[in-house]
Design a protein around this ligand. Sequence first.
Ligand code: E4P
Length: 229
Amino acid sequence: MKLFVDTADVKELETCLERGFPSGVTTNPLLVARSGCTDFGVHIRSMIDALIKHDAKIPLSVEVNTADPAKMADEAEHFVKEFGDYPYLNIKIPVGWNELKVIAQLARRNVPVNCTCCMSYNQAVMAARAGAKYVSLFWGRIRDIGYDAGSVVRQVRETLDRSELDSEIIVGSIRHLADVNEAIQAGAHILTVPPKFFPQMCAHPKTDEAVAQFMTEFRAWEQAVQANQ
Ligand code: E4P
């Protein structure tokens, strides 16, 4: 199981990279728009610079900024030219009938595709068959419409495991810490998680209690030793 960071915030990304755990990064147009940047190209470049600075040889998914499948191929091409010097670049293409053509074209050229916005079993399977390296299932958004995200992920995983395909499931749209645990149990290969959850994932009140007890007793022992000298 791999953990990706779901962010377009360079500072948040660096905070994670410093801690060594990320296996990848996913962005999307909404995250970019909310990052406070003013130039898309410059911003993606600064994310790549951060990855290089931290020697992180990990996938970075950059999503096309158009909903028009006819324009996606050109935009993907542009990304490959502009950011393709980063060898772990992935292009994110939303799932859809006409979008599959773009996925297939990129896959044939060995450009790794992250097929995004998948909400159903069928969408994920079609994307994988078209050549997507990653199929991104949106856990929170699937649940928003009353479906069981866990069984969607479980079924896609079972199908992939029985196929010759090497596509991996990324579960995104994480809203709660419990989503992370449930998505892992459901069979996600990868979870892409907003950075705000990572500190929580490292914390436990019993850890704090244990460390505090160790320190209290150690200090008391130190004082006792000093008093006896
Ligand atoms: C995943 O790749 C997406 O960036 C993200 O998880 C979307 O989730 P949202 O439902 O929070 O927009």
